[in-house]
Design a protein around this ligand. Sequence first.
Ligand code: IMP
Length: 196
Amino acid sequence: MISMVGQSGDKVVFVTSNPNKVLEVRGSLGEYGITFEHLNLRYPEIQSDSLHQIASASARYLYRRLKCHLFVEDSGIFVDSLNGFPGPYSSYVQKTIGNPGILKLMESVPCRGSRFESVVAYIKSADDLHLFSGIVEGSISKKMKGKEWGFDPIFIPLGSTQTYAEMGIEAKQRLSHRRAAIERLAIWMTRKVSKR
Ligand code: IMP
């Protein structure tokens, strides 16, 4: 079992106010025997066209405030026929027009390709920040299917006939964009530990 140990000897902290993310990240890191503390905190996010910049700025902001070893995760859904919209603005779009609004925008669009991207920013000190990203290609369903959170009811990963919401958390956890980013973090961490 690896505990991600911070400067004060405490475990590393995953800062998010989203319980779904905690569940998914705990499951994925758990497979590598890695544990973390969860801090349920909302924090301001910068506006940017890049998930990498948003995640980095959030991690730096939180590090300045909390002075501990931490990571954050930022995701976005990029729809091809909408030129990548909403991407980094996914949260605002989910809160305003939601999934029904996206399906309406795409009502008569035959090409439904999209991708989901996750970026994890892991910070150990002001000048020691690491980014890990994961992308899953897929498509936007014609109707909402399943009852999970966010865009899960409208995103169908490539190779599947089901939306993330229909496949359920365990199956999603095996192949999601977040899983891919977290797995990169886990592999990087376990390599570092084995080199000590
Ligand atoms: P953020 O990473 O919390 O900024 O997420 C941006 C938006 O995408 C929010 O509206 C989330 O609900 C949504 N979102 C992020 N990750 C997922 C996911 O894995 N499934 C469904 N929706 C997600």
